[in-house]
Design a protein around this ligand. Structure first.
Ligand code: NDP
Length: 475
């Protein structure tokens, strides 16, 4: 009965939104309700080419020692045909399917079956049941925050196996890298398609669904805001954090193990990549409760962009530096290594401190101190779709007084450090900084567009007080 009512509501909203996009966007913040040609063209491009881009990078390492230009040259000069490259590509294997199924099942069990115990003994850590932000429909979801625990258990088992149990080789991920890619794609497409069908027929909260009327846009950007199975299995929290981000550090460890196996040593560049990215991943899980207030959870709907992106794009392209170092074991001069370490740590500090300032400010409703002073801010208000008026504050002190997204600037500095750790021999490891610059600049513009429609004139007062986005005085 409830499911039937939800479906009816979703249908009503679908017609209302498609027919009266302007009205809907006035009453509610969120993505654009009308799909312009540029957005549609970008979405079609990504749907068609993103899987090929991932394949191209991974294949160029496996077959061309990570050269990005050689495969193209080979094809353009007729030296090789597409079929030659494809025939040398490992296919899906039962072994990889088994490993992947076991991996995802294990992460589901850790997520669903073991309530968080870390918050009971780790001072300062916020875990257990936590509330998310108010959704556009005025709902406040509850989440079981147990990502840190899942990460710790997974890594303890990984090291126990590597040093004591020896059930499998720590190079297992590298050794099955391409067959695992096919498994990740299968899951990514399955989950995005399921999310689309679910949005139409049995949404978790029909008022938080969004139908633009364009099939491709809806598939890519998602219909449901917070799709769930049962009370606790939240698609966004699960797929964003695990299996992708828990896997990130394991993948890097597997690449380090492969270096050890091939060359008898692990290079300082590989250690730097493992350490800097390890800090970033651990930070993510330590602050998982904070993550509930970020754009992914607060604003993005769940579609192919998050579903496939979390399963394939993130674990395969965020780990390119480690993969590259297996093929090119770069040993950095001490000065270079120290420079990379300092840049990475400074970037991390800015990223964390900026995020922390906003979090502290919002949690205490401005009753806190930032850089020793009561923080300056701008009072603002907005209306949810049910007409309720809410009040909020925009911080203009600390790093938030320097630029409107200085957290992205810190993130970009850290990203550059991972790339610089790989030396200057090839373009491939630099893909990450190029991608992150595009992602975070686009995200910044997208967020500002959304905030502008959410806060209206209050947002204009804020941008007048803090005129730059990422780099004070420049952009
Ligand atoms: P933010 O944490 O910056 O959140 C933006 C939201 O914060 C806005 O929508 C607005 O939400 C609120 N806000 C904006 N300005 C202010 C202000 N001055 N004072 C108080 N609140 C404000 O962005 P993200 O969620 O995108 O990013 C979080 C972190 O995650 C960043 O550090 C980013 O670098 C990182 N990240 C990393 C990615 C990766 O792939 N490695 C991908 C994406 C993000 P409201 O509606 O509540 O006002």
């Amino acid at each position: 009965m409830a499911a039937h009512q939800d479906k009816k509501l979703a249908e009503e909203r679908k017609h209302q939104n498609v027919q009266n996009g302007t009205k809907a966007s006035q009453g509610q913040w969120g993505r654009a309700w009308e799909v312009d040609w540029f957005s549609l063209a970008s979405i079609l491009f990504l749907l068609m080419f993103a899987p090929l881009i991932v394949y191209y990078f991974i294949m160029s390492c496996a077959q061309y020692q990570c050269s990005l230009t050689e495969p193209l040259l080979d094809l353009l000069t007729g030296n090789k045909h597409l079929s030659d490259i494809w025939n040398r590509t490992p296919m899906l294997t039962f072994r990889a399917a088994g490993i992947y199924a076991l991996w995802v099942t294990f992460q589901v069990v850790l997520y669903m079956a073991i309530p968080d115990f870390c918050h009971k003994f780790l001072p300062g850590y916020v875990g257990g049941v936590q509330e998310g932000a108010v959704t556009p429909a005025g709902v406040v979801n509850k989440y079981e925050i147990n990502g840190l625990q899942a990460w710790i258990i997974t890594h303890v088992l990984w090291f126990a196996n590597a040093y004591c149990l020896h059930f499998f080789s720590p190079t297992i991920i590298f050794d099955n890298w391409i067959p695992l890619l096919w498994c990740a794609n299968l899951l990514g497409y399955a989950v995005s398609t399921f999310a689309m069908i679910k949005g139409y027929f049995f949404p978790t909260n029909a008022k938080d669904c969004k139908f633009t009327g364009n099939f491709f846009y809806d598939y890519m950007m998602g219909i449901e805001f917070n799709p769930r199975i049962g009370k606790w299995f939240d698609f966004k929290l699960f797929f964003n954090g695990r299996p992708g981000i828990v896997a990130w550090t394991l993948i890097n460890l597997s690449f380090a193990a492969k270096q050890q196996e091939l060359y008898g040593e692990v290079t300082n560049s590989m250690i730097l990549v493992n350490v800097l990215q390890g800090i970033y991943v651990l930070d993510f899980f330590w602050n998982e409760a904070w993550y509930l207030k970020t754009i992914d959870i607060c604003h993005d709907h769940f579609g192919w962009y998050l579903g496939w992106g979390d399963c394939v794009w993130l674990p395969y392209l965020y780990t390119l530096q480690g993969l590259y170092l297996v093929y090119h074991p770069v040993q950095l001069h001490s000065a270079h290594a120290v420079g990379v370490l300092l840049l990475g740590l400074l970037g991390y500090y800015i990223f964390r401190a900026t995020n922390h300032q906003k979090d502290l400010f919002r949690r205490t409703n401005g009753n806190c101190r930032i850089w020793g002073k009561r923080p300056e801010h701008i009072e603002c208000s907005y209306t949810s779709v049910d007409g309720t008026r809410y009040h909020s504050k925009l911080l203009t002190a600390g790093f938030w007084g320097w630029a409107r997204h200085f957290n992205y600037t810190g993130d970009l500095m850290g990203s550059l450090a991972y790339c610089l750790a790989c030396g200057f021999g090839h373009l491939l490891p630099y893909f990450y900084i190029v991608y992150m610059s595009i992602l975070l600049t686009h995200r910044c513009l997208r967020d500002e567009h959304r905030c502008s429609s959410k806060y209206g004139k209050d947002w204009q007062r804020y941008t007048a007080a803090v005129p730059y986005r990422l780099l004070p005085g420049i952009f």
